[in-house]
Design a protein around this ligand. Structure first.
Ligand code: ADP
Ligand code: MG
Length: 569
């Protein structure tokens, strides 16, 4: 064997580059991620000959300073990571500082960029991995990166590329994924002068999905939480359509092709065949994104939760059919409280509240001496439902004309809060003035300043005063009471970890999680009135059968079943 020798840079850089840039689509992916990391709200991708000839990605993001352009092209130079501990909580898509350097090793690169506050922008060009030009130019704010003649110096690699349409298809997959993941960013993909795909950046994920999935079948959302993560799941049934469904999965805004998620989805898919888009959100420290060269695989600290989230998503999507005995009709029939009961519905104990605004009369005390008045409620068909009691296990038992219904009050309350929060978050502006403004701790005030617009848009009103920053209003969230500062802190935490840009969506999910924690416990003793209000509020929900985590809310023992069991049929 020959003697050991360190490889010269032009050799090792190409070897390293091969891991990052495998084909045109990997360049498209890296450049799009850079644009997203730069906070762009508009990203356009233009390909020639499937990207084999030219790839141009332009964005309106924060831009690169003239002086820093050569650094951007250097290996291991990044603006996204500073020290080893940052690796524990990566919140950007890039962090290794490899992409542009790798591209320069295998193609000609040209970058034009200008930061918002710079009068002039800069241009830099490379050929054969060397900088050939670096000058000041006039250009728009943002960054435009052009990659030409990919792999021209590596004929063996070039041979492995597919046809132009094959390469285009791969790039289109990435762009579609990022568009679904970032509905507030408008994307445009153009190939040889023809527009292939575009989104309007309106922030509506469902709208993006309708562009990607086949027309016809309804697209259903379901949101589920487990101890350490939340899952926003979109599903389109493929019942009656042959072939495998489309699966897109994202972890903290990063598209991943992860074996754990895949096997959980395929287990779920056996029960419910269709197209899936899954968005997992969790603390960055609970997932290691740094185990794969293209960052496609990740390692979860609590992989079991992935399975249980998907299992619950399937149950929730599959319901109501999956809870035996409850048909959509029987539980959907609107339940009305008789006039006397409605007037006398009392305010419930503090900390939880089933009332709609019509009934909320703060300060009224619970009066339980007239329980009998409330013991019966009528539904539209004149059939009555009566509350029989709460058993020692905490479950509520109701008698209905069709049979007995047993309700888990905690799960029911979670469902009610969840839907109220969701619907109030969907309304444009819902603000609740605080009687006493809350003065924020300076650190909290600083953090809040960073997300000023998002907070303001969602209903937090903050004002600089002599005594510091005062919080004057908070979002009013579906008649669920939160401690104002706790609400602000939780919202800030969510905004910091937010990667998909859709702040409203992120926020209401956070509030829903808080509401779940504040829901009545199984051990809470309910009065007759409360039990009846709970029944009514629950039946006003769109999805009364399962709690947001996918557990059943009610079980019905049909009269027919009882007869059978007692041997009378
Ligand atoms: P990484 O994304 O891992 O940091 P890259 O090689 O992809 O590494 O990019 C190097 C650096 O160049 C980034 O850290 C960023 O500062 C800058 N950069 C690259 N693309 C853009 C862009 N579209 N807008 C603003 N800055 C960019
Ligand atoms: Mg990058």
């Amino acid at each position: 064997m020959a003697a050991i020798m360190a490889l010269p840079e032009n050799v090792w850089s190409r070897i390293a580059a091969g891991e990052v840039v495998e084909r045109p689509a990997s360049a498209v992916k890296e450049l799009t991620e850079n644009a997203l990391d730069a906070g762009a709200s508009r990203i356009s991708v233009t390909l020639s000959d499937g990207g084999r000839l030219r790839i141009i990605v332009s964005d309106n993001g924060e831009g690169i300073a003239y002086d820093e352009l050569p650094l951007a092209l250097m290996y291991h130079a990044t603006s996204k990571l500073r020290e080893i501990s940052d690796l524990e909580r990566i919140s950007t898509l890039g962090y290794r500082g490899e992409a542009l350097a790798s591209l320069a090793a295998v193609a000609d690169v040209e970058i034009r960029s200008r930061r918002a506050n710079d009068a002039e922008g800069g241009l830099i060009r490379t050929h054969d991995g060397k900088i050939t030009e670096h000058l000041r130019i006039n250009c728009m704010q943002g960054t435009r990166v052009q990659i030409s003649d990919l792999f021209s110096g590596l004929p063996a690699r070039r041979k492995f590329l597919k046809s132009a349409s094959g390469e285009l298809r791969r790039s289109a997959v990435f762009i579609r994924e990022y568009a679904v993941c970032n509905p507030s960013v408008s994307f445009m993909l153009e190939h040889d002068g023809k527009e292939i795909f575009s989104t309007d950046g309106s922030g509506e994920r469902q709208k993006v999905l309708t562009k990607i999935w086949p027309e016809g079948a309804e697209i259903q959302p379901v949101n589920i939480q487990s101890q350490h993560m939340t899952l926003e799941c979109w599903f389109q049934s493929r019942a009656g359509i042959s072939g495998r469904g489309d699966i897109m999965s994202f972890v903290n805004g990063r598209a991943v092709n992860d074996p754990v998620i895949k096997s959980a989805v395929s287990a779920a898919g056996r029960e419910l065949a269709g197209n899936w888009a899954l968005f997992f959100t969790l603390e960055p420290s609970l997932v290691d994104v740094n185990i794969h060269p293209a960052k496609a695989e990740v390692r979860f600290r609590y992989p079991d939760e992935i399975y249980s989230l998907l299992h619950n998503a399937v149950k929730s999507l599959g319901s109501p059919a999956y809870i035996p005995g409850i048909t959509a009709e029987s539980a959907k029939s609107p339940v009305k409280i008789t006039p006397s009961a409605r007037i006398q519905t009392p305010q419930t104990r503090s900390g939880w509240n089933f009332h709609d605004s019509e009934q909320s009369i703060s300060g009224t005390k619970t009066s339980s001496h007239e329980e009998n008045i409330f013991a019966e409620i009528e539904n539209d068909t004149g059939e009555s439902v009566s509350f029989m009691g709460q058993n020692s296990g905490g479950y509520l038992v109701y008698d209905t004309p069709e049979g007995l219904v047993i309700i888990d009050p905690h799960a029911a309350h979670e469902r009610i809060n969840y839907e109220r929060i969701k619907s109030s978050a969907e309304k444009s502006q819902n603000v609740q003035k605080l009687l006493m403004p809350v003065i924020l701790h300076p650190t909290l005030a600083l953090e809040a300043a960073e997300f000023e617009t998002a907070l303001k848009d969602s209903g937090f009103e903050l004002e600089n005063t002599e005594s510091g920053v005062e919080m004057k209003s908070v979002p009013s969230i579906g008649s669920v009471d939160f401690e104002p500062e706790a609400l602000l802190r939780a919202s800030l935490r969510a905004l910091k970890n937010n990667h998909d840009g859709d702040t409203r969506n992120i926020l209401w999910r956070t509030w829903a999680t808080m509401a779940c924690k504040a829901s009545v416990k199984l051990t809470t003793k309910l009065t007759h009135d409360e039990a009846l209000i709970l029944w009514r509020s629950l039946h006003e929900c769109k999805q009364p059968y399962v709690c947001p985590h996918g557990r059943p809310v009610m079980i019905e023992l049909k009269n027919d079943d009882l007869l059978k069991r007692f041997g009378r049929e």
